[in-house]
Design a protein around this ligand. Structure first.
Ligand SMILES: Nc1ncnc2c1ncn2[C@@H]1O[C@H](COP(=O)(O)OP(=O)(O)O)[C@@H](O)[C@H]1O
Ligand SMILES: CC(=O)N[C@@H](CCC(=O)OP(=O)(O)O)C(=O)O
Length: 259
């Protein structure tokens, strides 16, 4: 059966009707595909850190994470964000199983760089837990909290986590966010984006912040999987995204060479 990894940004948590619609579509899609949902929670994390009087800086789109912030970040991502989504999936008649990257040794992580603190770089590791769950029609709902060899909790960007999971499962990857896809000059939606065009737009600052991280992660996945990755809006229909009728298709280098 075809496999699809769907990544949703954490701002989705503020859109209850969109969550309801998305889970209804996931339920339908489960008859044709094995699905894993990977989620972020950046906005929720930011809100709680601010409420606690802590400042949080982003560097190249990644949250610099002092080790002492990790209990709060693990709480929002693997706790609140994960459980709210699982509860909504349950209400939609799905059978969610909330996981982090640590569970079942799905993804191994190393620390990115001391300058970023407890930020992890994820790598595909072991798929057996996913196989068991998906074969039995459970919906894995995965947060981007990982750990290193020594057991230190790490904050992994959720786009990076989704890419590692798509590679692990050799799955089609769909990244859903609060925009129609990658926007070019004058905010016009780019339907197909190749590496050269992306580099040009990044240099001009047209693609920036969180979208830069997402696009780079999508290229990594597209190149490894040798198939396009979709970046689209969570208001688009999943069937339309899978048919490449909306959003941006991130095109792998190998596709270009063979085009
Ligand atoms: N060229 C671009 N096209 C679309 N969005 C962009 C672009 N450049 C920067 N962005 C910003 O990136 C955001 C999406 O990234 P991010 O907030 O990290 O998403 P998510 O939390 O869903 O992973 C958009 O809401 C937009 O503000
Ligand atoms: C290292 C890093 O950047 N971690 C992210 C993890 C959450 C995330 O990626 O959430 P979204 O998908 O909603 O942006 C963060 O702390 O915001």
């Amino acid at each position: 059966m075809k496999r699809v990894v769907i990544k949703v940004g954490g701002a989705l948590l503020d859109q209850p009707s969109t969550i309801t619609s998305l889970f209804a579509q996931i339920k339908q899609l489960q008859s044709q595909a094995q699905i894993v949902l990977v989620h972020g929670g950046g906005t929720l994390t930011e809100k709680l850190l601010t409420q606690l009087g802590l400042t949080s800086e982003k560097k190249n789109g990644l949250r610099v994470t002092p080790v002492e912030h990790m209990p709060i970040i693990a709480g929002t991502l693997a706790g609140t964000a994960n459980k709210v989504l699982c509860a909504q999936a349950h209400t939609a008649g799905l059978a969610p199983v909330g996981l982090s990257l640590i569970d079942g040794n799905i993804i191994s992580c190393t620390q990115l760089d001391a300058d970023y603190g407890a930020v992890g770089v994820p790598q595909a590791n072991q798929s057996s837990l996913f196989e068991v769950l998906m074969t039995n029609r459970f919906l894995p709902v995965v947060s981007s909290i990982g750990c290193d060899h020594a057991g230190q909790l790490l904050n992994v960007n959720a786009d990076h986590a989704a890419t590692a999971i798509a590679k692990l499962l050799n799955a089609q990857l769909i990244m859903l966010s609060d925009v129609a896809g990658v926007l070019g000059h004058d905010d016009v939606l780019i339907k197909q984006l190749d590496a050269n065009h992306s580099q040009e737009l990044q240099q001009k600052g047209v693609i920036g912040g969180g979208m830069q991280v997402k696009v780079d992660a999508a290229f990594q996945a597209a190149n490894t999987l040798a198939q396009p990755v979709a970046i689209a809006s969570w208001n688009d229909r999943l069937s339309d995204i899978l048919a490449a009728h909306c959003g941006t298709q991130i095109i792998s280098s190998s596709r270009l060479e063979h085009a």
